[in-house]
Design a binder for this molecule. Structure first.
Ligand code: C2O
Ligand code: CU
Length: 490
């Protein structure tokens, strides 16, 4: 991305940017990193894998000075890592044990709309929701979080989120680091602000373009974490589960690492880099090599692209530097894994046989001049069709773009071949202002024409404020239906 802007920053501009770089949330790395437990499951008579998830409230100790009121799944903060195999049928019993209507959305998952867990599948307090589907997509790092309209930011901030890892035969046949919690480490990265009583403060500063930004970083709910390393190669599954903040991850000694996967699965081939930038909702799988006795920090550095002439960039955090997690390598490291030349098939939708081209202009809190309405379905796509969506951020500040049910292929960015980090399957893409992102996607399965999927900006305050729309996937002769009324909220 930096290259796209090489010409736009003069010497004065670079000086100006550097002058504003600020380290916030410096930590001592004195807490052992929590690894979310793998969710337990049972096989039922039909062979389906059944998980029990309970959304609950509690109190969690993050920093000295008293516990913080939080929400979590099967615990007080965040939730277990769910793991399933391609081809497997999964079923969930999701119980709402908090006193507000909420939901659980399976971010990045191909699944029927009524199982999606979006605004149309609220779970009322005391109720249990039972979605089920057959996993049919490549191995990848997905995640789950609430998605009840107008409350997604608040509920996610309180702590309802977790990772959802998919496995498949291709990935299992590779000799990548894959031992969960040993050399395959989930890193759920979230910024938080604590008030004087150690409670989460999700207020939005006046003039902020992006929403809530915290100056403390939690990784899997650990504040100031360190992690012992026992193998030469370690795979890190990075999830930006923050409401708004963007990260530009890299190591404190600038060591290179290999980017092996993005939102929808492994890249065609590993890409060596020393920075990977993730906006809210995006994931990256990286493999980093350690030497015996190494100590190094994963940090976040100032953004590498120019967000234009915004006035509030200090508030949106793009120039902050942050400590994330420290790694401490043992004196002897096991060395049994490797990164193969080729990882997975490249996305191949291309731009031939495109049934429909649609344009999405993002500005303020609307898309194509419209804001989310629960009962308005914006369009219908046809099952089996490939479409190209042309998406542009018309603001001088950050938006990104997320589509439910599909993983898409970034065809080009303003006519230029996408950079390596955008060459695999994606479900969320950061939109550098004024560049046109062309996204190819295929909608495989028609579902209920009355139940829409969402597309939206994943800065959660933007989404809650209406930067979201709805579409349905239709069978051959089907027409767009009507959203059924349901109680609770409007
Ligand atoms: Cu991660 Cu529609 O959301
Ligand atoms: Cu936005």
């Amino acid at each position: 991305m930096a290259a796209l802007f090489a010409g736009t920053l003069g010497a004065a501009g670079i000086y100006f940017l550097q002058a504003r770089i600020d380290t916030v949330g410096a930590v001592d790395f004195d807490t052992e990193l929590t690894i979310p437990p793998l969710a337990e499951s049972e096989q039922d008579d039909s062979g389906a894998r059944v998980f029990d998830l309970t959304i609950q409230s509690g109190a969690t100790e993050f920093v000295a000075g008293g516990a913080t009121d939080t929400w979590g799944v099967n615990g007080t903060f965040l939730g277990p890592t769910i793991r399933a195999q391609r081809g497997e049928r999964v079923e969930f019993a999701v119980t709402n044990d908090v006193d507000e209507e909420t939901s659980i959305h399976w971010h990045g998952m191909r699944l029927p709309a009524e199982m999606d867990g979006g605004p149309h599948q609220p779970i009322m307090p005391g109720e249990t929701w039972r979605p089920h589907w057959t996993v049919d997509q490549p191995a990848s790092t997905l995640w789950y979080h609430p998605h009840v309209h107008g409350k997604t930011a608040a509920h996610t901030y309180r702590g309802v989120a977790g990772m959802f890892i998919l496995d498949d035969e291709n990935t299992a046949s590779l000799n990548l680091p894959a031992d969960y919690g040993v050399d395959d480490i989930p890193l759920i990265v979230q910024d938080r602000k604590f008030d004087a009583d150690n409670q989460f403060d999700d207020s939005i500063p006046l003039g902020s373009t992006s929403g809530t930004l915290g100056d403390e970083i939690l990784v899997n709910g650990s504040h100031g974490p360190y992690r012992e390393v026992t193998t030469r190669l370690v795979r890190l599954r990075l999830l930006n589960a923050s409401n708004a903040r963007m990260y530009n991850f890299g190591f404190s000694d600038d060591r290179p690492f290999q980017l092996i996967g993005t939102d929808g699965g492994l890249l065609p081939e590993a890409w060596e880099t020393d920075r990977i930038q993730l906006s809210a909702g995006e994931r990256a799988e990286i493999v980093v090599a350690f030497e015996p006795g190494d100590t190094v920090e994963l940090r976040s550095y100032a953004a590498e692209f120019d967000l234009g002439d915004q006035t509030a960039d200090r508030l949106s955090g793009e120039q902050d530097e942050l400590d994330i997690v420290q790694f401490r390598a043992a004196d002897a490291l096991a060395d049994e894994t490797e990164i193969p030349e080729t990882l997975a098939p490249a996305p191949d939708l291309g731009t031939e046989n495109v049934a429909e081209v649609r344009t999405f202009d993002l500005e303020g809190r609307s898309i194509n001049g419209q804001q989310m309405q629960m009962d308005r379905i914006d369009f219908g796509v046809r099952e089996g069709d490939t479409e190209v969506w042309e998406v542009t951020n018309h603001n001088g500040y950050l938006h990104n773009f997320h589509v439910h049910d599909v993983q898409f292929q970034v065809v080009d960015v303003d006519g230029v071949e996408p950079p390596p980090q955008l060459r695999g399957w994606k479900d969320t893409v950061l939109l550098v202002p004024d560049l046109r992102y062309r996204l190819a996607m295929r909608f495989s399965d028609h579902t209920d024409p009355n139940v829409p999927y969402m597309f939206h900006c994943h800065l959660l305050t933007h989404e809650d404020e209406g930067m979201m729309g709805q579409f349905v996937v239709l069978g051959e002769d089907e027409e767009i239906g009507r959203v059924p009324q349901h109680g609770g909220h409007d």
